[in-house]
Design a protein around this ligand. Structure first.
Ligand SMILES: [Mn+2]
Length: 371
C-alpha cells in the first residue's frame, strides 16, 4: 500500500494510542461517555502500564491513568499517550473530578472485574450515572492479535518448549512431580519469562486422570502416564501447552488412549480456520472420542483463547456459537481421563488464519517413552 499522509501518521502512533482510539469508537456506538478499566490485562492492553492497582479512564477524546507513588515513574515511561494522575492520597475520589469534567452520564465498566464496593462508590460519587457492561466488546477487541502480540506469544511458546526439552531427562521413575514443575519454571525464568502463566501441572500415574492435577510430591513410576500442562508469561503474553509422556514403558491400553487423543487433536487442529464456530470445532474432537466410547471421559471444552490472560475469548466449546476470526488464538486440547487409572491430554496453541491455522508449537507429539 502506498504511504499516504494518513497511514504515515498511523505508524507513528503507539499500539496503545491506536487501541484507545478503537475503543473510543466502540464507546460512541453505545453512547457511553467513558470507560473505566480496572483489570490488569485491559490496563496493560490500552495503556502499556504493567503494574497493578490503577484506574484507566478512557473518555471521548482523552485517557487518564490514575495510580500512586509506587508507579508514577513507570507509568510516565510506559504510557506516554495517557495523562497521568497521582492518586496516592485517595484512589477512588480522584475519579470524581474527571467524571464531572467529562459530564459522564453513562459509564462503561468491566462488570466481571469491578467490585461491588467500587460500583457503589462510583454511583454515590455521581448520582444518576448509569453503569453499562462493556465486557464482551473488550473481550472481542482483545481476542484478535496484531503482529507484535503474535511475536510475543511465539516467544512465550519457544521459551516453554526449550524449558521442556531440558527437563525431559528428569522424566524417569523416582523423580517427583514437583521437581519437574520447579525445573520447568526455573528454565522458563532463566530464558526471560516473567513466570509461569499458571501453576504448572505435572500429573503422573493415577493423578494423570485429574485434568488440573497440580504437581505433587508423588514419585514417577514405571508405566506411568505424565501429563505436563504449562506455559510462561513473556512481556505480559501467555503460552499454554500440554504433552503426555510415559515412564519406562507403555501398556497397549494406554497407547490406544494416547493414539485416540492425538488423532482427535490433529483432526481438530486441521479443522481450525476463520468462520468455523467454537462449537463446530469442539465437535470434531468430541465426535471422534465419543465414537470410540470415551465421550464422558472428555469432560471439558476443546480449547480457549489466550493472550494477556490465560483464558480469554474465544472458546472452543459446545456453547460457543460465534465464528472464529483471523488473528484470534485458540488452544486445541482434547483429553481422556480414566478415573483412578490414567489420563492423556495433548495441547497446542494456534493462531486462526483465513484458511486454516498456524500452531505456535513445534514440540514432538508422537508417543514418547522416557527414562
Ligand atoms: Mn489450556
Amino acid at each position: 500500500m502506498p504511504e499516504t499522509q494518513d497511514n504515515r501518521s498511523q505508524t507513528v502512533l503507539s499500539h496503545g494510542q491506536n487501541r484507545v482510539r478503537t475503543v473510543q469508537k466502540r464507546l460512541a456506538e453505545i453512547n457511553a461517555d467513558a470507560l473505566l478499566i480496572v483489570s490488569r490485562e485491559n490496563t496493560r492492553y490500552y495503556s502499556h502500564f504493567a503494574g497493578t492497582e490503577s484506574f484507566l479512564l478512557i473518555g471521548r477524546e482523552q485517557a487518564w491513568i490514575l495510580t500512586d507513588f509506587r508507579y508514577l515513574e513507570q507509568v510516565g515511561r510506559q504510557s506516554p499517550h495517557v495523562q497521568l494522575i497521582d492518586n496516592t492520597i485517595d484512589r477512588e475520589s480522584a475519579l470524581q473530578p474527571l467524571f464531572e469534567q467529562e459530564k459522564v452520564k453513562r459509564l462503561a465498566i468491566e462488570a466481571d472485574d469491578l467490585t461491588y464496593r467500587l460500583s457503589q462508590q462510583l454511583l454515590s460519587m455521581r448520582p444518576g450515572m448509569e453503569l453499562v457492561s462493556f465486557d464482551s466488546q473488550l473481550a472481542d477487541i482483545r481476542s484478535v492479535k496484531d503482529e507484535e502480540e503474535l511475536r510475543l506469544m511465539q516467544q512465550a511458546t519457544d521459551i516453554a518448549e526449550a524449558a521442556l526439552a531440558d527437563v525431559m531427562a528428569l522424566i524417569r521413575a523416582g523423580t517427583t512431580e514437583v521437581r519437574i514443575a520447579a525445573a520447568l519454571e526455573q528454565g522458563m525464568r532463566e530464558r526471560g519469562a516473567e513466570g509461569p502463566s499458571f501453576a504448572t501441572i505435572v500429573a503422573s500415574g493415577p493423578r494423570s486422570a485429574l485434568p488440573h492435577g497440580l504437581a505433587s510430591d508423588r514419585c514417577l513410576a514405571e508405566g506411568d502416564a505424565v501429563v505436563i500442562d504449562f506455559g510462561c508469561q513473556y512481556q505480559g503474553y501467555m503460552s499454554d501447552m500440554t504433552r503426555t509422556f510415559f515412564v519406562g514403558s507403555v501398556s497397549e491400553h494406554d497407547r490406544m488412549i494416547y493414539d485416540l487423543v492425538l488423532k482427535a487433536h490433529l483432526e481438530a487442529l486441521a479443522a481450525v480456520r476463520a468462520g468455523k464456530t467454537g462449537a463446530e470445532l469442539d465437535q470434531v474432537a468430541r465426535g471422534m472420542i465419543e465414537a470410540a466410547g470415551y465421550g464422558p471421559q472428555f469432560g471439558h471444552g476443546l480449547g480457549h483463547g489466550v493472550g494477556l490472560a490465560i483464558h480469554e475469548a474465544p472458546r472452543l466449546s459446545r456453547t460457543w456459537q460465534q465464528p472464529l476470526a483471523a488473528g484470534q488464538i485458540v488452544t486445541v486440547e482434547p483429553g481422556i481421563y480414566l478415573s483412578g487409572r490414567m489420563g492423556v491430554r495433548i495441547e497446542d496453541m494456534a493462531v486462526v488464519l483465513p484458511d486454516g491455522c498456524r500452531s505456535f508449537n513445534r514440540f514432538d507429539k508422537s508417543l514418547l517413552v522416557l527414562g
